[in-house]
Design a protein around this ligand. Structure first.
Ligand code: ZN
Length: 433
């Protein structure tokens, strides 16, 4: 039953399988037909059911299979092999003017402007159009992540996703979508360019966020939205009622909103492509993990020992705080050359720490696989510890889960230690001058 009452039927994906399936994932595909209806039709059905059995005839046809699709990528190279990934989905429901033709327009404009200023780029800008966003549940972006995993890990400093900019009436920017270490940057940029004071939220497990396994941080997804009172329960088009319907036509685009949204994306990409030290704050990401570990610990109430994880988070938090301060001080003093030894140490530590932080903060399973498209909390690998409360103290099921949790703890602690080592090593280099 659709939660908001627009007289429009929305198309959408219903499978939780992220990208092309692997043998063990096929069981997660839905086995029953799923149809969209309006809230009014759904309520009428529900009322009829309250009176007794209802017979309903449903016609549905599901089309599945392996398809060859086109995935255009264009790179404006920078002075180093590092790059910012700027992407948006190219497939749409019906005309898809605001979801996502406007996003594709912004992507092409970003490529044009970055190319015009290519002599100033320290890092490259890679623009990609993802196919299979809805029909393949991020099949394009996850294919790209699978094919280019090591390159993404080694060189991609940030993923900015561009979905549904420039929507009529979309004048608000609260909250900004960002992974924690980029949130301060995103909030300040919105303030600079729109005058609005906004909060931020962690990206949900949706919207072509296929790069967390490779440890790539994320900024923005959708951007401008309609004001409260003019929003519907939809997932794009600035929260307008025409999302994923036949009515998503070009008259729903506002060129002024599109222009401002494009400037925001451009400014963010340009700064990440040009600033010697990346404008991120690592301690913010560690703080999110710290809070998550504390919350799980509280709920688990002694059934599982999370003290080693919390100690590891604590060590990393001290290192991140000292490193952020040192990196910011270095950044203020220097117009550093790309071959500066201290700058290289800072950027290398940033990369190694951010990779581990994103993997620990955003992946429950293997970083070389893709978790299902279901709601996810920070520190997903350890969230299952909460289930111990509903199992008996010494049952077979408890031991099975306990075994998995030990392994998940090892993965998390390895990530935390890797990040702390990287930051402490860089701090030692910076101290030497
Ligand atoms: Zn979209």
């Amino acid at each position: 039953l659709w939660p908001s009452d627009e007289d429009a039927i929305h198309e959408g994906i219903v499978s939780p399988v992220w990208g092309a399936p692997t043998p063990e994932k096929t069981a997660a595909f839905p086995r029953i037909p799923i149809l969209g209806v309006t809230k009014a039709s759904g309520e009428a059905l529900r009322a009829a059911l309250a009176q007794g059995p209802v017979r309903l005839r449903v016609h549905s046809r599901t089309d599945t299979g392996w398809r060859r699709v086109t995935l255009p990528v264009a790179t404006v190279p920078g002075a180093t092999p590092e790059y910012v990934l700027f992407s948006g989905h190219v497939d749409s429901w019906y005309l898809g003017a605001t979801d996502n033709a406007t996003g594709n327009v912004v992507t092409m404009e970003v490529a044009r402007v970055m190319h015009a200023h290519r002599d100033r780029l320290r890092r490259g800008v890679r623009c990609a159009f993802w196919p299979g966003h809805s029909t393949g549940r991020y099949a394009g972006s996850s294919w790209y992540a699978d094919q280019h995993w090591q390159d993404l890990y080694d060189h991609c400093v940030l993923h900015i996703n561009c979905d549904s900019p420039g929507v009529q009436g979309a004048t608000e920017y609260d909250p900004v979508t960002a992974s924690a270490e980029t949130a301060d940057f995103g909030v300040a940029l919105i303030k600079d360019l729109t005058g609005q004071s906004v909060g931020w939220e962690r990206p949900v497990r949706a919207g072509d966020q296929s790069f967390w396994g490779a440890g790539v941080p994320s900024l923005f997804m959708g951007l401008s939205v309609r004001p409260k009172g003019q929003r519907w329960a939809v997932g794009g088009s600035g929260l307008a009622w025409w999302w994923h319907t036949e009515a998503d036509t070009i008259d729903k685009v506002d060129p002024k909103v599109l222009h401002l949204d494009a400037r925001i994306y451009l400014a963010a990409i340009y700064r990440f492509a040009t600033e010697p030290v990346l404008p991120v704050r690592l301690e913010a990401a560690v703080a999110e993990l710290d809070d998550a570990a504390a919350a799980i610990s509280r709920d688990v109430d002694g059934r599982f020992d999370l003290a080693p994880v919390r100690d590891a988070v604590s060590r990393l938090r001290s290192a991140a705080s000292a490193f952020d301060a040192a990196a910011a001080a270095f950044s203020v003093r220097s117009g550093a050359a790309t071959d500066d030894r201290r700058l290289a140490a800072i950027n290398r530590a940033h990369r190694d720490a951010v990779r581990a932080l994103i993997q620990v903060g955003y992946t429950g399973g293997s970083p070389f696989d893709h978790d299902l498209a279901v709601p996810q909390l920070p520190l997903p690998a350890l969230q299952e510890a909460r289930d111990l409360g509903s199992l008996g103290p010494d049952t077979h099921e408890t031991r099975l889960l306990h075994t998995r949790l030990i392994r998940q703890c090892n993965k998390v602690m390895h990530g935390l230690a890797t990040a702390a080592d990287a930051l402490e090593t860089a701090l030692a280099v910076l101290k030497d001058g």
